[in-house]
Ligand binder design. Structure first.
Ligand SMILES: Nc1ncnc2c1ncn2[C@@H]1O[C@H](COP(=O)(O)OP(=O)(O)O)[C@@H](O)[C@H]1O
Ligand SMILES: [Mg+2]
Length: 457
């Protein structure tokens, strides 16, 4: 089927200035990105001088296929011949590339690999357990064990692994005060997690008479916490009731989750209140962090966060590496840019810095090469929040890039309404209910074919 671009799509494909494109799913963003790739190649840029980044490996493979077929369709045989060297990858794999060049300076072997969450969890628990056994009689060990039981301490220590990275330690030497910040942040996080648990407890089980008391207790507890009082009054605790048999396991888990977080909260509160405790705990967490980093070094493993931070650090400090990556690519294009965070922005600004510059620190928008950066994404939707994605970064970059000579384009036509609904069966009813246009579509079954039959009786 032949496709005619909308004027907004044409604009995005042919725009010579740096450009941020935002639109909802199915409005042809990825199409525009691949067409723009083709346009750049036809204008004379070899395909291996364009860096294309997507969020998942699957998307990278699809993108590669999509672009390759465009080159084939246009019969660009010299480009097809070098297409294997075109850099179309995920940000993880691109960062690994940079890191391989400089990781030895951080004590990481060149043949490192990304750690799986599972192996990192196992190693973290082991390191935390060993450390606690060794430190049981130290001031930190005694303090912790007087507050709570060992499994919570292991939980607390191993939780540090996902928050730290090998470049910027959370607990740097000689700075025990960072422990206070950590405890404060952890306290805020715990309260918001407890809130979610309590609300979901209420939402799921409010019609279960045997749980009425526990739900009431949880809601009061939450109010107490928010007012700065302890969750339970003395002697209060959840009952052993778990409601109906089918849902019993969920109820038990919810209560256990809340209890575990309350235990960690006690730990935070006691730490925050007493300087001696802060110092004691600091010595323990700093050792824990160092041991985790040493483990990464000896096992040759890194987390995604390590890779991202290390890439930025390498580009910041190593003039040759920065020059190499800046020169390697004339254009940088990113798909699904809403799923990113401020580190990603720093990385891109370093890659897109004007060739003749070597700014001290992260380049500002005015330092960027004109027309080099092209971002597409859906400003309203981010699915990877759990990985530290932050929608405000998209907004910020849109403003920064359009504020210094770039453009912002919105694509206004949705081409995939039916297909999206076909792929996404869960939630389709509410999706229809909330969308008058789709309701009309559902009424005109014949016209919309298969997708509408799905909703029919
Ligand atoms: N101008 C157009 N006319 C018709 N179909 C289009 C047009 N642009 C894109 N499409 C189709 O719409 C669908 C969604 O496009 P895609 O680029 O994947 O959207 P997005 O990346 O915004 O989710 C694809 O099947 C694509 O071929
Ligand atoms: Mg897309």
């Amino acid at each position: 089927m032949s496709r005619i671009n909308t004027p907004a799509q044409d604009h995005a494909i042919n725009e010579k200035r740096s450009c941020v494109v935002s639109a909802g799913a199915g409005s042809g963003k990825t199409t525009v990105l691949s067409e723009r790739f083709l346009r750049l190649v036809k204008d004379g840029t070899p395909c291996n001088r364009i860096l294309t980044i997507t969020f998942t490996r699957k998307a990278a493979m699809e993108m590669r296929g999509r672009i390759r077929s465009l080159l084939v369709k246009e019969n660009l045989s010299d480009q097809i011949a070098i297409f294997h060297s075109a850099k179309i990858s995920t940000v993880d794999s691109f960062c690994q590339d940079i890191v391989r060049r400089g990781c030895r300076d951080y004590g990481i072997p060149g043949n490192f690999r990304l750690a799986s969450t599972r192996e990192l969890n196992t190693a973290s628990r082991q390191i935390a357990t060993d450390l606690l056994i060794r430190q049981a009689q130290s001031p930190a060990g005694r303090y912790l064990l007087s507050l709570t039981d060992p499994s919570f301490i292991v939980e607390f220590l191993s939780g540090i692994t996902t928050k730290t990275n090998i470049v910027h330690p959370l607990f740097p030497e000689d700075s025990y005060r960072c422990m206070l910040d950590y405890a404060e942040r952890m306290r805020r996080n715990l309260i918001s997690q407890i809130e979610q648990d309590v609300l979901s407890f209420e939402e799921q089980f409010s019609s279960e008479p045997r749980l009425t008391d526990d739900i009431g207790l949880a809601l009061r507890g939450l109010e107490n916490l928010k007012a700065g009082r302890p969750f339970f009054r003395s002697e209060e605790q959840f009952s052993g009731n778990s409601g109906k048999r089918e849902t019993g396991a969920t109820v038990k888990r919810l209560k256990k989750n809340i209890n575990e977080k309350l235990n960690l909260l006690v730990l935070c509160d006691n730490t925050i209140e007493n300087e001696e405790n802060v110092k004691a705990l600091y010595s323990l967490v700093a050792q824990y962090e160092e041991q985790v980093n040493n483990y990464k070094r000896s096992a040759g493993i890194l987390t995604f966060q390590d890779c991202m931070k290390m890439s930025i650090d390498i580009l910041l400090k190593d003039r040759k590496a920065r020059q190499f990556y800046k020169n390697a690519f004339s254009y940088v294009m990113i798909d699904e840019f809403q799923d990113n965070n401020d580190d990603y922005r720093c990385l891109l600004y370093l890659l897109c810095e004007k060739k003749e510059l070597f700014t001290n620190g992260i380049p500002v928008p005015a330092d960027l090469e004109e027309g080099k950066i092209f971002l597409v994404g859906d400003e309203k939707q981010s699915i990877y929040r759990f990985r530290g994605a932050d929608v405000s970064v998209f907004k910020k970059m849109r403003e920064e890039i359009s504020g210094c000579g770039g453009t912002f384009i919105e694509l206004d036509t949705n081409f995939r309404t039916n297909k999206v609904l076909l792929e996404n069966r869960t939630g389709q009813r509410s999706c229809i209910k909330n969308n008058p246009a789709l309701q009309r579509a559902q009424d005109k079954r014949g016209e919309y074919g298969r997708s509408c039959r799905l909703f029919g009786k």
